[in-house]
Design a protein around this ligand. Sequence first.
Ligand code: ADP
Ligand code: SF4
Length: 688
Amino acid sequence: MRDERYDILFEPVKIGPVTARNRFYQVPHCNGMGSRYPQSLAAMRGVKAEGGWGVVCTEEAEIHHTSDLSPYLEGRIWDESDIPSLARMVEAVHTHGSLAGIELVHGGHNGSNRYSREVTMTASDMTLEGYEPSQARAMDKQDIANVRRWHVQAALRSKAAGFDIIYVYAGHDLTIFQHFLSRRHNHRTDEYGGSLENRLRFFREVLEDTREAVGDTCAVAVRFAVDELLDEDGINFQGEGRDAVAMLAELPDLWDVNISAWPNDSQTARFAEEGYQEQYIKFVKSLTSKPVVGVGRYTSPDAMVRVIKEGVMDMIGAARPSIADPFLPKKIEEGRIEDIRECIGCNICVSADYDMVPLRCTQNPTMGEEWRREWHPEVIPSSESSEQVLIVGGGPAGLEAARALGQRGVSVALAEKTEEWGGRCLKESSLPGMSSYKRVSDWRIGQLQTMPNVGLYLASEMTADDIIEYGVQHVVLATGSSWRKDGVGRSSHKPLPGIDDGLLLTPEQVIAGERPQTNMPVIVYDDDPYIMGGLVADLLAGAGYEVMLVTPFPMVSPWTENTMEQHRIQKRLLTLGVKIHPNRQAVQRLGGALEVACTYSGAAEMLACGALIPVTSRLPEKTVANELEERRGDWKAAGISSVTRIGDCNAPGLVATAVYAGHRYAREFGESINPDVPPFKREMIQLD
Ligand code: ADP
Ligand code: SF4
């Protein structure tokens, strides 16, 4: 059972009129499901409660149709008709003895009301977020009174849905109360503008209203940004952030504090360590007697105990660690620390919210699949099959397939040609800031080593001959992929003329430690929207090379806007002295120069090039697959009944996609799958 050092984590915590059974607090987090997929949402939240999170919250829930966050799929509590969906989630959380919290939101100028077509309103006349061509209007006194009333109505509906904790939300630069509080956004001259006391008035009023309306039975929490990392321009933990907490100190039943905006709060592991918010939030407890929740991607129980004992916070807030491992608390409680599947801080979960699709996770392939596929993060039905599986390749796809098949009791052999497990995760973990990726393979190997039905074979390159000789019923090829050397990528489906007219290195070669012998600039030609181009440039600039990053995109690593890292990546490269050439398509290589053309005008330019590293696209590693296909006639005699490619050797993609592919193979093993219909339940909208 659990180590007594961790007892403190399981102490109950009184939050106003309700009590949480322990200190594990799943803070509100977006999930790409919201009001559109309520059953999926309820099942996902229910699994967190089952896994031991003492409090489980919704994502932001719009209180009114004047705060319509479309197209994003957030929670919604506009009127009575939203109650049943939310009550479903509450029921799922209560079933496991946890408290359910709801984060009410009015989004101010963050909500563009694309669905409701209402005119957006906020503290002052101003533009909407992003590229929205419309503006928001300044609220008058009637608007303020209306929002106060709507918030109360939403709080009463939340109470009717059964929620135990109701939030007044002023964080992430996403809410009207923070907009009023901010000098940046609030240019008013009435009693809601000017001094901090005035700018805080609206938030205070709503907090008081909410307490009065529901505070007898529900805890009223605030989610509050104590710092915006904007120095004097923003709320700041040494200035107005601190003063605001002092002014409202005892008013809420709980302080859920963090740094704003969302890209600061949910930084990736590449840019922030576990516990990165402590320095900003630790003052809060000195100003209030109410419980304080903070986040910081905590996955280690020792770190959790430390922050509680040091008085940084009372409850361990988590979004991502609870996504990567919904059973994290239970594993600590049962003394199974080594079973914790630690978040790697990659923010693929965040990308799903931006993509408006149900949540997914690199580490936890069951995330978002709890309802539609009935996948439980800890339980997989045993397999009836006595047939054996040989998996070739020990990267994320192969490891997860072996682990999940092993969990099902299937007899598995996993063969990896190199002397270490992990495939691309192992390699890429040596890149700057990427060490957490090794958690993907480390956790899986740790689990596999406890499974007597799984044979693990390193330094075991398999050829088609070996596989046929091995004689096994099911062969899974998880042999990965490699970066192309010919320049074929997204912006050009043709090889780059003259690409090898000079030093040429692939990302794999750079990762393996090869360095170009040149005094001239090294060009990273980055035609891949994700992180590799930026990482290679980072590594080489750090090694002292003069590096140019040339890309047809308007920015470096554009897809990382979905993981909220793009700004940080570009800033870091500029700080390292990397010269970035956006909107430039490679045309041809001529010895010591790369000819590039503007993607808009076509205007050509020659760039000095001592070595070229194309980061364009990857080729699946299909050698073994092709050889096996050529010998299909021998399969029957060898006893082979299926050969399946999974992960990058099927179609290169994210690590999350490879893990999911491995998991899916294992779940579907021995099942009859009808390819004519979707392999999951769908949430249908009821017609009138
Ligand atoms: P994925 O992301 O799909 O898991 P990776 O590239 O991360 O792909 O991992 C593929 C793994 O397969 C690598 O560790 C590689 O060494 C291994 N591999 C490739 N070909 C063979 C082979 N013929 N026999 C055994 N292992 C192989
Ligand atoms: Fe953590 Fe990445 Fe999973 Fe998000 S997707 S919870 S950051 S491992």
